[in-house]
Design a protein. Structure first.
Length: 115
């Protein structure tokens, strides 16, 4: 193990990760957003990393905000609401999280178009 590496026992955070994931899924359902199983897996992984970073204060790599120009305001707002649970995390995290919501919103559109 590298002397600069902190080993994290992820099991310590399992309840918080699961609770966060379930609350996010409830919020999405209330907005008629239904991620598929792969999207849920990716969202869970991101939320897990967020929960752990909120405890370790690990910084988020630099985010180029311009990359998120096509994310809807509603998806970004949902991400902002979730991020209120993690005041120690960088605001830029909202952009990364909003991608999960935006992609899941496309599921509805695909169904409506019969694709």
């Amino acid at each position: 193990m590298n002397s600069n590496t902190l080993e994290i026992n992820e099991e310590l955070f399992t309840d918080e990760i699961d609770s966060t994931f379930n609350k996010v899924i409830d919020i999405l359902r209330a907005e008629n957003i239904f991620p598929d199983s792969v999207q849920k897996q990716m969202l869970y992984s991101h939320l897990k990393a967020m929960v752990i970073r909120s405890h370790t204060n690990e910084p988020l790599p630099e985010v180029e905000i311009e990359m998120f120009d096509e994310i809807s305001k509603s998806s970004h707002k949902l991400a902002e609401d979730v991020m209120k649970w993690f005041p120690a995390l960088a605001y830029e995290e909202t952009y990364l999280l909003s991608v999960h919501f935006e992609v899941a919103k496309e599921n509805e559109l695909t169904e409506e178009l019969g694709a």
